[in-house]
Design a protein around this ligand. Structure first.
Ligand code: GDP
Ligand code: MG
Length: 725
């Protein structure tokens, strides 16, 4: 019977494996020793509908961590002997614990059929399992069985035969179950390590790289030894990287890596169970499950989410800006004071070298400083987002939104990508968001997600919102940000729906949304995370932003002079002479610069949405990076100002400007929210889709939409008479 396809039966002790084995094989059993180990392995022959199989009864185990000899044998048989089918016998009355083993078999990408055994008992207890749905989620057939009576075994064998046919059709790729995902942070570590492991040919040919990655992070000695054997050169790097990953996980969660990875497997099982199983009322158990009963519920869930986000905005403004709890000032107050001081300190420079002075004061301090002064608020927002991520709440948000968002052509995994992009109202970036879409296996799902993540309020749009909301809606700041947050989702969902309907049609694949247990976030983990993101933000301000701002400053400063070059007073003289008159003069000069002319060229269009030529320039600059918008406006309004002795913040300048009002601010914020992704995001889109087609499409459709929305808001507002408030 050597040539027959092999079915290995795996499962927890007492799940009914032997009952099923006996029923399948009848009297044909033999007992043999496997690979020199003294543990007995029973084998037999099964025949159904003209097909014959060789069936192997593996030792019953709860896990495949290889802590015991039984575990090691079961695991080795699956990964080394590579049976054609693994029939995983699962006790339906104890799904959570039994699926833990299933998840580990999935990690190995064993060719899986799941026997949902003890189906009779489960029914008796009132546990209702949607086997079809569970099978779709796990990527394996799930067949209800009653092993003691032999019920369902024909179907189980049929499913095995079906899997074999699939393998025969596609000998290169064994049809495996869906990949196991590990959720926030751990998933990133596994994915990175799997990329390394996957590039080792001999290793990848034998073992699923994601399994190797997870095992190395867990510190599995047996797998590490196999890696050393199969990839002797890369083993050192792989193990060092795995140790690094483990260290980061420990720092993040304050528990050892093996525990956290195991927890994530349970989280994966818990997510699948929550989706497909209804328990009779009265058997809810752990604290996590009791919290989830409320936090993930259809009605309370969204309300809680909105409350959490609002509370976050509220706290950010109170702690960051309003309460002077840090030696008499707020953190934002200190940042403002610092830049005001820098500007006045640099002002005397303008006396001797007007151009250099202007570059420093208007270009660098007015531009970059205007953005950097928001860092305290941004850091706090990043910190709160990190706490929410680390606590496990984000996983609930993704779980909860999975079903409703499918209506719009998105799903829970897209939501995670959106949260990475700033979906909690800030603290993100669309570049990692585009990359995070990789967790979606189906190409079309990925594409829709990648094309809609740029609608989220990334960290770079925040300075624009914070500045304009601070200037024009000072008494409703948290509410305004909540509104912009809601709008960002509305636009993303609307765009996804339209894309699905008109551009990227196709089926959606189901996913398990993992539900790891809640964790108390560690201060160190959250601070590290928030600081990493803030540092990226600062680095960008010091490099790209600085460069773009200097270029834009130059565009706004040259050609100098005109209309009456010779008659112009030097900026140094301005401060002492009539400030208003020379201010007008400088405005005229600015309007005549290269940038000014470009801005004016766009005025007929921009005016419809309430934008002046300065805003036009700033928005063009924002194509490079959204932070540039506030920087450029800072430079433009500061250049137009004559009085460098008393530097005003951009917010103050705009409030004082008679041409500005709430309506104009609102139209501008909506435009910034929606219009073209920045260059870095477009480059990521290009990399991920392999063509310029999609980045070009993304730029055009978002900018067109942004323009239509901004014009509608502005013109609509004017009609309703809001413009004057
Ligand atoms: P193993 O440890 O996984 O090999 O499990 P066994 O096959 O020895 O079964 C354990 C116990 O569960 C035995 O008493 C079986 O009769 C019983 N059993 C197995 N399958 C079922 C089932 O589907 N329903 C019920 N009610 N009992 C079952
Ligand atoms: Mg047994």
């Amino acid at each position: 019977m050597g040539k027959l396809p092999r079915i290995a039966i795996a499962g927890n002790p007492n799940s009914g494996k032997t009952s099923i084995f006996n029923r399948l094989t009848g009297l044909s059993q033999t007992v043999g020793n496997y690979a020199g180990v003294t543990v007995e392995i029973k084998e037999g022959r099964a025949e159904r509908a003209g097909r014959a199989f060789r069936v192997i009864d593996l030792p019953g185990t709860y896990s495949l961590a290889a802590f015991s000899q039984d575990e090691l044998i079961a695991r080795d048989y699956v990964v080394e002997e590579r049976p054609d089918v693994v029939l995983d016998v699962v006790d339906a009355t104890n799904l959570e614990r039994n699926l833990y083993l299933t998840v580990q078999l999935m990690e190995m990408r064993a060719p899986l059929v799941i026997a949902l055994n003890m189906a009779d008992l489960a029914e008796e207890q009132g546990v209702r399992i949607d086997a079809t749905r569970l099978g779709r989620l796990l990527g394996a057939r799930v067949v209800p069985t009653v092993g003691s009576q032999g019920r369902g075994l024909d179907e189980a064998l049929e499913a095995c035969a079906e899997l074999l046919t699939g393998q025969a059709d596609n000998p290169e790729k064994r049809p495996g179950p869906a990949p196991v995902t590990y959720g926030h942070m751990v998933e990133g570590e596994v994915a990175r390590l799997a990329l390394l492991a996957g590039s080792e040919e001999r290793l990848a040919a034998r073992y699923e790289p994601r399994w190797v990655a997870a095992k190395l992070i867990e510190g599995d000695a047996a797998v590490a030894a196999r890696v050393r054997e199969l990839a002797p050169e890369a083993a050192g790097v792989l193990e060092a990287e795995a140790a690094d990953s483990a260290r980061r996980i420990v720092a993040h969660f304050g528990a050892d890596a093996a525990t956290i990875v195991a927890e994530r497997r349970y989280g994966f099982a818990a997510g699948a169970i929550r989706e497909c199983v209804r328990f009779p009322s009265g058997v809810r158990r752990s604290l996590t499950e009791r919290i989830d009963a409320v936090a993930c519920s259809r009605w309370a869930g969204p309300v809680i989410l909105a409350a959490v986000v609002y509370a976050m905005f509220f706290a950010v403004f109170k702690l960051g800006d309003e309460w002077g709890w840090l030696f008499g000032r707020s953190p934002k107050g200190w940042a403002d004071a610092l830049f005001a001081w820098l500007a006045s300190a640099a002002a005397p420079l303008a006396q001797g070298w007007p151009l250099l002075g202007s570059l420093l004061v208007d270009g660098v301090i007015g531009g970059v400083g205007g953005v950097v002064s928001f860092v305290p608020l941004i850091f706090l927002l990043f910190l709160f987002v990190a706490v929410l991520e680390d606590s496990g709440y984000i996983a609930r948000v993704a779980f909860m939104t999975d079903r409703p968002f499918r209506v719009f052509g998105l799903q829970g995994k897209s939501v995670l990508a959106m949260i990475v992009s700033g979906g909690l109202g800030g603290g993100g970036c669309a570049v990692p968001g585009v990359l995070a879409a990789r967790t979606l296996r189906e190409e079309k799902d990925r594409l829709v997600t990648m094309l809609t993540v740029p609608f989220m309020n990334c960290g770079a749009k925040l300075p624009v919102f914070l500045m304009l909301v601070g200037a024009f809606f000072p008494d409703a700041r948290a509410r305004m940000l909540l509104l912009l947050w809601g709008l960002s989702w509305l636009f993303a969902l609307g765009a996804a729906w339209a894309l699905r309907r008109f551009v990227i049609r196709g089926e959606q694949t189901p996913f398990v949304m993992e539900l790891p247990p809640y964790h108390r976030p560690t201060l160190r983990g959250a601070l590290t995370h928030a600081w990493e993101r803030t540092w990226t933000f600062l680095k960008k301000a010091g490099t790209i932003l600085l460069a773009v701002n200097v270029v834009l400053w130059a565009l706004m400063s040259f050609p100098r002079g005109a209309p009456e070059r010779s008659a112009l007073p030097s900026p140094a003289a301005d401060a002492s002479s009539g400030a208003t008159r020379s201010g007008d003069r400088r405005s005229a000069e600015l309007g005549n610069s290269l940038a000014g002319r470009l801005g004016r060229l766009l005025e007929p269009a921009g005016r419809l949405a309430g934008f002046g030529w300065r805003e036009n320039i700033a928005l063009i600059g924002g194509l490079a990076a959204k932070e540039v918008i506030v920087g450029t406006m800072g430079t433009a309004y500061s250049l137009g100002e004559a009085d460098h002795e008393n530097p005003a913040s951009l917010s103050q300048r705009l409030t004082a400007d008679p041409g500005w009002n709430r309506l104009r601010a609102l139209a501008m914020m909506i435009f910034v929210l929606v219009y073209s992704p920045c260059v870095a995001t477009l480059a990521a889109l290009r990399r991920e889709t392999g063509s310029w087609k999609w980045p070009a499409f993304a730029t055009l459709y978002t900018t067109a939409l942004a323009f239509v929305l901004a014009v509608a808001v502005y013109q609509g507002g004017l009609l309703l008479g809001w413009g004057l408030s």
